[in-house]
Write a protein that binds this ligand. Structure first.
Ligand code: GLC
Length: 739
């Protein structure tokens, strides 16, 4: 009996289940559904007003979702080096939360100096996890504008002067960020190569220069990295503002490159009702601010893509098809991030993130000169004299929109005390007073940088303290204050500020062993280079900056960084010779400043090397505590490309890493081509005596220049050279071959 009733109960249950209708949730909410199906379903359910609302900001850092459908708003956050502190609804100042102090990662120029694709991925993984944890959907970074002039105030936020290097590193960074369900928003597209009059200057660039220098890193980010977002830049190109620039956004980005993500304006970069509708902009952010000044008290319904857009849709001046394209891209971003198929939790200020920050910072430190004084040895009981404001000044706060509130920042002086504790006295002399600012957007460092002594007194105190020192370590440079590596201002020259040159000369004149550490995000002149024992290029290394620098100075980490830009002897040696080149000129009948990129493709080493101009330290330069030998370089045909092989050996006493760089030279071209162009690099870690074979692949595209007339890449027959080296000037093998 019991058994039968059991069967009948089971049958009833099955029948019952079969009859009750499955709760069919809408396709757009079903994370297992294909992305495009979810987008179309949501689009079909939205009203015109809901669609328009999504295309512009609703607060300082958010753009609208669709509350009625349960589609969340998109939260945007700076920046490329860490997750900006929370702000109030429509403020720039931080909101004063107590749980949003982030991990401050190294500045992107520091990442570029590692020349390490794996570290770029690690960086993206970590910063993406922090954005996700803070429930941010779009990370406003990385910045990848080319280093056209060393004066650019935001050089520290970018990845140097070579499009191949920047392109190779931005791809893994983007992939790392997006593996957390956070959109990377590569910026600032494009030719945003200065801060002077950045919202009023029209960049005039020929097509060959555009395609060979200013587009490649963005193209790599989009077509290889799969970037989900791109930020238009403040400046104009071809007379149109880049946040709604038809050629850049419609023809190139969405047309030639097939970009399926979302284009966001820079904050205040949208300037025109009609162009905002038709020229490729998808989300208007920050209007009436230039990203730095306070916003007008206007409501968001006045935005170009708000009420004016609705009016145009209703009176037929704008099409719903165009609106649907914008909204589809926005929905695609939502379904890739906050409503992604696999939800992500992220993580924040974990030990792993600080360890990653320390490793990346250290791997990017560049040893420029060393007569053997490094790694630093101070006799037991001796005195290490540390001179310079940058040994003490915290650098994570400030610099503009990349400003961060971090959980902690290790300054060099603290790390030095730790490293020499019980071994030698570490004594600090200020040496000079640079910038005493200790707050930005209400984020405070807590330091007191004031000093009542005169410049003369500060210098003489430092020199006096050298008398009984075993060794002097000068730590100076720039500091992200106005005009010294700072958004919104450019530098006036590459000469070190605050009388540092005279101070270094005075310290050198004491005859004591002297190590100079320059902490900056951009090139500086070093007229004293021949009079000091060692020179180290440090960067804004983030939370673990001090530890990273001292790890290298003490030999705990063998330096392997390489310069991502040229260190010129003087600004006047560079390719920029006229006002019309930089910072631009006014012309009769033209409203905006006009800036002519007359130097063409010849920026950075492409200029100095081709013209045989001596530099302080070349692009790609960086020494090690060991030595390396390159041998057996060969080039052989392989399919319709070439295989390049070589061997690298560690011929020194300690383990270390070398970056083998591959340049090509076209010796007989119908156009003027640079004497060399970077087309490959590999970073190799080797133990003493260990050697490794290297393989590179070259394609016809790698040998090509961009021909504007045919709008195509052209590799002309004739002799080419493969140049393999450990910097752009340290070429160890030159192998000719014929195309
Ligand atoms: C700024 C910057 C941009 C930043 C944005 C939001 O003006 O140009 O890089 O992401 O505004 O702060």
């Amino acid at each position: 009996m019991k058994y039968n009733s059991l069967i009948s109960f089971g049958a009833a249950l099955l029948l019952g289940v079969a009859c009750v209708p499955k709760t069919t949730q809408p396709v757009y909410l079903d994370r297992s559904q294909p992305l495009e199906a979810r987008i179309q379903d949501a689009l079909d359910r939205m009203t015109l007003e809901e669609k328009v609302a999504m295309t512009h900001a609703q607060s300082k850092f958010s753009s609208a979702g669709v509350p009625r459908l349960g589609i969340p708003e998109l939260w945007h956050t700076d920046g490329p080096h860490g997750i900006r502190p929370e702000v109030l609804w429509d403020e720039w100042d931080q909101a004063g939360w107590t749980n949003d102090s982030c991990t401050a990662f190294p500045a992107l120029v520091n990442l570029a100096a590692t020349w390490d694709r794996n570290l770029a991925r690690l960086y993206g993984d970590c910063i993406g996890a922090e954005a996700r944890y803070r429930e941010k959907d779009i990370l406003l970074g990385p910045g990848i504008n080319m280093g056209r002039t060393p004066l650019n105030g935001r050089t520290f936020e970018y990845m140097g002067e070579d499009p191949y290097l920047a392109g190779q590193l931005v791809v893994p960074y983007v992939q790392g960020v997006q593996s957390n369900g956070v959109a990377a928003c590569v910026k600032h597209f494009a030719m945003n190569n200065q801060e002077i009059r950045r919202t009023a200057t029209n960049s005039i660039v020929d097509d060959r220069t555009l395609y060979e220098i200013y587009l490649p890193a963005f193209k790599a980010a989009v077509t290889e990295g799969g970037a989900w977002a791109v930020m238009g830049s403040y400046n104009l190109y071809n007379g149109q503002f880049n946040c709604h620039n038809k050629r850049l956004l419609c023809d190139i980005l969405k047309g030639e490159w097939g970009f399926d993500g979302v284009v966001i304006s820079d904050w205040g970069g949208c300037r025109d009702d009609d162009q905002a509708v038709t020229n490729g902009l998808d989300i208007e952010m920050g209007t009436w601010t230039n990203g730095l000044r306070g916003a007008a008290s206007d409501s968001y319904s006045h935005y170009h893509l708000a009420r004016p857009y609705l009016e145009r849709l209703r009176d037929g001046r704008a099409t719903e098809e165009g609106l649907n394209d914008k909204v589809s891209r926005i929905l695609r971003t939502v379904f890739r991030t906050s409503m992604a198929p696999e939800p992500h939790d992220g993580s924040f200020t974990s030990p792993e993130h600080f360890a990653a920050a320390r490793r990346i910072a250290a791997e990017g430190v560049v040893l420029l000169k060393n007569d053997g004084i490094l790694p630093l040895q101070v006799p037991q009981g001796g005195k290490l004299l540390v001179v310079g404001e940058n040994a003490y000044k915290m650098m994570v706060v400030g610099g503009g929109s990349s400003n961060l509130k971090t959980k902690y920042e290790v300054i060099p002086l603290e790390a030095l005390h730790e490293a020499f504790d019980g071994k030698a006295a570490v004594v600090w002399e200020r040496g000079y007073v640079g910038d005493t600012t200790t707050v930005y957007n209400k984020v405070v460092t807590g330091q007191n940088l004031r000093d009542s002594r005169s410049a003369e007194q500060l210098l003489s105190d430092a020199v006096a303290a050298a008398a009984d020192a075993s060794c002097i370590l000068f730590i100076g440079g720039l500091n992200k204050s106005a005009g010294q590596d700072n958004e919104g201002t450019d530098r006036a020259d590459i000469v070190l500020p605050y009388g540092q040159d005279a101070l270094v000369e005075a310290l050198a004149a004491t005859g004591k062993p002297l190590v100079v550490v320059n902490i900056s995000g951009s090139p500086v002149a070093m007229p004293w280079a021949s009079r000091v024992n060692a020179i180290v290029q440090g960067w804004y290394g983030g939370s673990e900056s001090g530890h990273a620098l001292v790890d290298v100075l003490t030999g705990k980490v063998n330096p392997s960084g390489k310069l991502p830009f040229t260190m010129p002897l003087a600004l006047s040696d560079g390719p920029i010779k006229t006002e019309r080149q930089y910072p631009g000129i006014q012309e009769e009948g033209k409203k905006w400043w006009q800036e002519y990129y007359d130097e063409g493709v010849f920026i950075g080493y492409r200029w100095y090397d081709t013209n045989g101009i001596a530099v302080q330290y070349p692009f790609g330069h960086g020494l090690s505590y060991t030595t390396f030998e390159l041998s057996d370089a060969r080039v052989k045909r392989s399919g319709d490309g070439w295989k390049v092989s070589a061997r690298i050996k560690n011929t020194g006493e300690v383990a270390g890493a070398e970056v083998v760089q591959l340049y090509i030279r076209d010796t007989e071209a119908s156009v003027a081509r640079p004497s060399k162009e970077l087309k490959g690099f590999e970073k190799v870690y080797l133990h003493p005596g260990e050697s490794r074979s290297l393989q590179f692949t070259l394609t016809r595209d790698d040998l090509s220049f961009f021909d504007a007339a045919s709008h195509a890449w052209v590799a002309e027959p004739g002799e080419f050279h493969v140049l393999l080296g450990c910097s752009s000037a340290d070429i160890r093998a030159d192998v000719p071959f014929t195309l």
